[in-house]
Design a protein around this ligand. Sequence first.
Ligand SMILES: *[C@@H]1O[C@H](CO)[C@@H](O)[C@H](O)[C@H]1NC(C)=O
Ligand SMILES: *[C@@H]1O[C@H](CO)[C@@H](O)[C@H](O)[C@H]1NC(C)=O
Ligand SMILES: *[C@@H]1O[C@H](CO)[C@@H](O)[C@H](O)[C@H]1NC(C)=O
Ligand SMILES: *[C@@H]1O[C@H](CO)[C@@H](O)[C@H](O)[C@H]1NC(C)=O
Ligand SMILES: *[C@@H]1O[C@H](CO)[C@@H](O)[C@H](O)[C@H]1NC(C)=O
Ligand SMILES: *[C@@H]1O[C@H](CO)[C@@H](O)[C@H](O)[C@H]1NC(C)=O
Length: 258
Amino acid sequence: MFVHCINRESCVHLSGLILLFYLIFYLCLAGMFAFCLYVMLLMLSPYMPRFQDCVSTSLSLTKKSLSPSGVMIRPYLNGFTIAFNVSQPNTWQPYVDSMHHFLAGQYFIQGGNDSEEKKACQFKHLLLQNCSVIEDPMFDYSKGQPCILLKMNRIIGYRPGAGVPMSVDCKVQKGNESHLRLVDFYPGNETFDLMYYPYYGKFTHVNYTSPLVAMHFTDVQKNYLVPIQCHLNGKGIINDLNSDRFLGRIIFTLSIGK
Ligand SMILES: *[C@@H]1O[C@H](CO)[C@@H](O)[C@H](O)[C@H]1NC(C)=O
Ligand SMILES: *[C@@H]1O[C@H](CO)[C@@H](O)[C@H](O)[C@H]1NC(C)=O
Ligand SMILES: *[C@@H]1O[C@H](CO)[C@@H](O)[C@H](O)[C@H]1NC(C)=O
Ligand SMILES: *[C@@H]1O[C@H](CO)[C@@H](O)[C@H](O)[C@H]1NC(C)=O
Ligand SMILES: *[C@@H]1O[C@H](CO)[C@@H](O)[C@H](O)[C@H]1NC(C)=O
Ligand SMILES: *[C@@H]1O[C@H](CO)[C@@H](O)[C@H](O)[C@H]1NC(C)=O
């Protein structure tokens, strides 16, 4: 390196200054690099809270989603037939136990009020109203009016319904349509509320509980096998594939005896 100096002493002095300059220069570079790395890691972190989307119902979403929207029912014991006799508690108790078991996993977290609920995006089972355990610990199986829960598969980042809440409806799949006279849905608007979507994964969404829709079969023909098909309806929801009975819909049979 060419250093212009008048005498030996000032030359040493100048070299020292230049060394100091480069030292500080490289330290700054290293610092900037470390900072960038830190910011990037922060953005990659699964813990980084991105709860903002939960607070709003994200109605502005326009992204078309074609992701599978698999659905499942609870209780689920041996298959998609729910058969019991009202007068024989041992025939419906397993279904009631299955409901308790499912809800006890997460949904009995009752603390907090509505404002907290949105923060954590937790579906509280009180929203199931007449199908909540508070209303009836037997979920009305003892009255021959079973509650059945509809649950969507958890898919990280999935925004179902392309920004419009999905609704649910049920009808007789094949056969006499008058065998299914009344189904009540809870929460009252028979929709999966978008504030619970998207799910960001178990690190970000500690204690996340998937939203549910409870179907209350209050007036089903007794002593008949009644095949029932429940559909999810919403933008981008596929619910009529013959090859997949669980995509956007579910088919099960109710058989309720006296
Ligand atoms: C309900 O009762 C009928 C007649 O008593 C019986 O045939 C049927 O197996 C019972 N159902 C169940 C699920 O036990
Ligand atoms: C809900 O919780 C917040 C904070 O915990 C509290 O300030 C607010 O008063 C509560 N609202 C009701 C209706 O209890
Ligand atoms: C819940 O059950 C009660 C009593 O059976 C009934 O009066 C009420 O209408 C039900 N609520 C809804 C939303 O159907
Ligand atoms: C359908 O069921 C009702 C009773 O729920 C009965 O009166 C009617 O005859 C049935 N219709 C057919 C086509 O089987
Ligand atoms: C559906 O009903 C629940 C409770 O009744 C309410 O909190 C929610 O905002 C409603 N959702 C829509 C999309 O109307
Ligand atoms: C998750 O639930 C557990 C048990 O109820 C509770 O101790 C914990 O604080 C909750 N975590 C969050 C982030 O809500």
